[in-house]
Design a protein around this ligand. Sequence first.
Ligand code: HEM
Length: 108
Amino acid sequence: MSKIFTADEVKKHNSRRNLWIVIRNDVYDVSSFLAEHPGGEDPLLEAAGQDATIAFDDVGHSADARAMLSKYKVGSLAKGQGCSKLKWALIALGLAIIIGIAYKRYAS
Ligand code: HEM
């Protein structure tokens, strides 16, 4: 069974020697991959201890790159702790819809 980590636990692994990132709710230890990454060290260092799903997808990584992920997987993120940008975007959308409905009722 895969290990479950909280976002706070992942955050602690944010140095060159101890570098974890999250991609689609899975936690990866990329410390040993840092020097080998074809995209250089900087993108990984910037994402250290954080959710790198959007950055990883933005690059348009090849199928080979995506297949390499499993080699570095150390576990998964606890439920409800995934990409916070996506979570806040959904909350904002939900609020906008509620306000829209309330305004329509009030205005008619
Ligand atoms: C375990 C995680 C990762 C793996 C296995 C990985 C693997 C690779 C590979 C194999 C390439 C060569 C191009 C390709 O095959 O797509 C690449 C390029 C690159 N990666 Fe990653 N990568 C990882 C994480 C990341 C993250 C988190 C970022 C950004 C925050 C990133 C940014 C880049 C960039 C900027 C390039 C160069 C793209 C280019 O030159 O066109 N990578 N990566």
